[in-house]
Design a protein around this ligand. Structure first.
Ligand code: DGJ
Length: 738
């Protein structure tokens, strides 16, 4: 691939690896243009020296050119040109009334910051553009890179203090995105424990909508993802601009429609209680804010994100180079709902035997195996094997699991401590706290201050030892509370708020180091369900636990919401017992299995109590899942009928990348007035290819062809047998190209 770059008056193309991208700088007009996939992103330096956004949307003609950026005018005497002009990264100063990207206080009390373009460099896949305050030596390097396949941009900033005095950063975004005035709708994800992944949709109105976590971690209540659609939300059609922030600490995304109806989306560290002192010569790196564009509705947007996550975010466990990919998740068994804390060697071995007989690939022992952990009042922090429960250590259980043909996974919650633990008795100063103030407990536990070097070392060492001494293939890394009293009394008072950055950086550092030392060990990010799911943690986590709510009906809407932002590859879904503990709803095992098969399948039921029929059903469906799993979790996802708003029916379909296989799931909530399942027109198939239809579960209507063209399945559609009626029913089919 050609790669060339010259500054100045020349227009120079820089063709990126992959061949589908280009980055050009027009030195005469001072315009930067980045193209990738079906997307162009353009910004320039206006005559005042500000970096101004010019365009973000569908890919433009290769020869199209932009003139130099023209600042927006002042609006009467109330809104300055500075505030009206959509800047790539605006400092708070000079009469800025919209959300700033960067706000600082200098040592002499000056709080005015106006960032002007200084220099640029070409990088392998985009640009680095340096900005500097008009007087002071605060430098900001903006990093831009584009994915040639999806057109998803990665943006972040490095802030550097070259003054002779410290500078305190009070607000630092990763990036700000802008859209011109139009009618838009906003989509984002909200929730609570056991109720994560609610797709919230609203018209974008003047003012600001703040999506955030102040909790020290990502949070269940909102997720760092947004999608803005031109006009009303639509699954299949229309322009959508979307973004996701790669940060697992407190974060904030502010979506504003400003005084001139321009839309700005600014996201990064949450400025609430933020204060990062940069000493002379120091730098602060922001997280990455990814942004993409699709002309094919919310469905098109999520398909791009899924591709991007699989290709560029998730750990790649198989293949090398261009072929490297995440490994389809093993079908797991997890003991939590069966035993809770009451784990024993004999009990786990019995469950392992049953799990192996079902065709499970990985046996995971959950909470309760360590320290004095009889319930949630004690033990966290003491990561030695409980000798009463496992008198010979973990080895006999692990050996047994291996002998049964499965690999072994283990639960840990490394960042937490119970006050009733040896660790806390030894190091009461290791937790987040303000000395002399009460320490608020949640689930009887406190948060270890991972920002402290000694705590970081302790956590890394015990995990390293655990993984070195035991043949463990997988860690379920849990995190069961949010922060309170976030003091870090090792540091001077003015610097303690660094904890918001250093904690998360150390978490990532530990995960990185563990990966180096134990490259085969896989990881799940769990935080009492889906409290820590974001593109930051997904660099290290092979999968996530979306919710403690395993009710198969609730899961359909949760899984629907989840997939707007995240690929089903990481979406673990366990089949658990009926009636379900949360909603007391009774459902058939088939319905539960098919609900979980939409994602990465697991079993979390008390399988020791299953009868022969249940065992046979699970075994049959696990066997049917394996050969289509890659299509389900890594294919193109089409949400054919949404389960939202109490829908009587719902359906999803996935198509693998060479369109040789497709899988369809159909669910009935409750049949009303005898209504039959609607004819289902499939999507994404090759119209000219011939596809054979095979039932995984359920019957198509008599007369349905055994095989037909993609055009037939997409235009005529699939009809279900009239017997497919009732409450909580499910069916699934696969289509294979002949
Ligand atoms: C919360 C997790 O989400 C559950 O799956 C389980 O691991 C418990 N913690 C164990 O304490």
């Amino acid at each position: 691939m050609m790669k060339a770059f010259t500054l100045g008056a020349l227009l120079v193309a820089c063709t990126l690896a992959g061949g589908q991208a280009a980055a050009t700088y027009d030195g005469a007009a001072k315009v930067f243009r980045i193209d990738g996939g079906n997307v162009s992103y353009v910004f320039g330096v206006n005559p005042r020296g500000e970096l101004q956004q010019l365009y973000w949307g569908g890919r433009l003609g290769a020869k199209d050119q932009f003139s130099q950026a023209v600042p927006m005018p002042e609006w009467a005497s109330f809104d300055s040109s500075y505030t009206n002009t959509p800047q790539e990264y605006a400092g708070w100063g000079a009469g800025l009334f919209v959300e700033p990207a960067l706000k600082v206080t200098f040592a002499d009390g000056n709080r005015d910051l106006v960032l002007h373009y200084e220099a640029e460099t070409a990088t392998a896949n985009g640009f680095e553009v340096v900005l500097k305050d008009i007087q002071r030596a605060v430098y900001v390097t903006l990093h831009y890179s584009i994915d040639p396949a999806t057109g998803i941009l990665a943006r972040s900033a490095t802030i550097e203090n070259r003054e002779s005095q410290p500078v305190t950063i009070e607000q630092a975004a990763a990036a700000a995105w802008a859209l011109p005035p139009a009618h838009y709708s906003l989509n984002y994800l909200t929730g609570r424990w056991a109720g994560e992944w609610t797709l919230t949709q609203e018209t974008l109105n003047p003012g600001a909508r703040v999506i955030e976590s102040r909790r020290g971690t990502t949070g269940h209540q909102a997720n760092p993802w947004f999608a803005i659609q031109a006009g009303a939300p639509s699954e299949d059609a229309g322009e959508v601009w979307f973004g996701a922030l790669a940060w697992s600490g407190s974060w904030r995304i502010t979506v504003e429609q400003d005084q001139l109806d321009e839309v700005r989306v600014t996201g990064g560290f949450n400025p609430f209680d933020f204060g990062y002192v940069l000493h002379p010569g120091e730098k602060l790196e922001t997280p990455v804010f990814y942004g993409g564009y699709s002309a094919h509705g919310l469905g098109g947007a999520s398909r791009l994100l899924h591709h991007f996550e699989i290709a560029h975010i998730l750990p790649h466990r198989i293949g090398t180079g261009e072929d490297a990919a995440p490994k389809p998740r093993p079908v797991i068994y997890n003991s939590w709902e069966a035993t809770e804390f009451n784990v024993t060697e004999a009990g786990q071995m019995a469950l392992a035997e049953k799990a192996a007989a079902l065709g499970v690939d990985r046996f995971v022992m959950d909470d309760g195996w360590f320290g004095q952990r009889k319930d949630d009042h004690a033990g966290l922090g003491d990561w030695y094997v409980n000798a009463e429960k496992f008198p010979h250590g973990l080895k006999p259980l692990i050996d047994k699991v291996h002998a049964l043909g499965m690999d072994f996974g283990l639960w840990v919650e490394p960042e937490m401590v119970n006050p009733n633990s040896d660790l806390y008795r030894r190091h009461p100063d290791w937790v987040l706290n303000f000395p002399g103030r009460p320490r608020s407990e949640l689930r009887n536990q406190l948060v270890l201050n991972l920002a402290r070097p000694d705590v970081r070392d302790y956590v890394l060492d015990f995990l390293d030892k655990l993984l070195t001494e035991n043949d463990i293939a997988f860690l379920k890394w849990d995190y069961n509370r949010n922060w309170s009293e976030p003091g870090w009394d090792q540091l001077p008072a003015a610097e303690q708020k660094k904890v918001y950055v250093a904690f998360t950086q150390n978490l990532y550092g530990i995960l990185e180091e563990l990966h180096k030392r134990h490259p085969k060990v896989e990881l799940e990010s769990c935080s009492g369900g889906g409290g820590r799911v974001d593109l930051g943690i997904l660099k290290y986590a092979d999968e996530v636990w979306p919710s403690d709510n395993t009710d198969p009906f609730d899961r359909l809407t949760q899984q629907d919401g989840f997939t707007y932002a995240y690929t089903p590859q990481v979406m673990m879904a366990w089949v658990t017992d009926s009636p379900h503990w949360l909603n007391l709803r009774a459902t058939s095992l088939t319905y539960r299995m098919l609900s979980s098969m939409e994602g990465s399948l697991g079993i979390g039921a008390d399988i020791g109590k299953w009868n022969d029929e249940e065992t046979a059903t699970a075994k049959r469906l696990i066997a049917a899942y394996h050969p289509v799993q890659a299509t389900i979790v890594q294919g193109d996802l089409y949400r054919l009928i949404s389960p939202l708003n109490g829908s009587e029916f719902s359906a999803t379909q996935t198509v693998n990348h060479d369109k040789s296989q497709s899988v369809v799931f159909l669910y009935i909530h409750s049949t009303q007035e005898g209504r039959l399942f609607p004819r289902l027109k499939l999507k994404g198939l090759d119209p000219a290819a011939e596809y054979a239809l095979t039932s995984i579960e359920g019957k198509a209507r008599a007369g349905t062809p055994a095989a037909a063209s993609g055009a037939w399945w997409m235009n005529h559609g699939l009809d279900m047998d009239p017997g497919f009626r009732g409450d909580f029913k499910a069916a699934a089919f696969r289509l294979d190209r002949k």
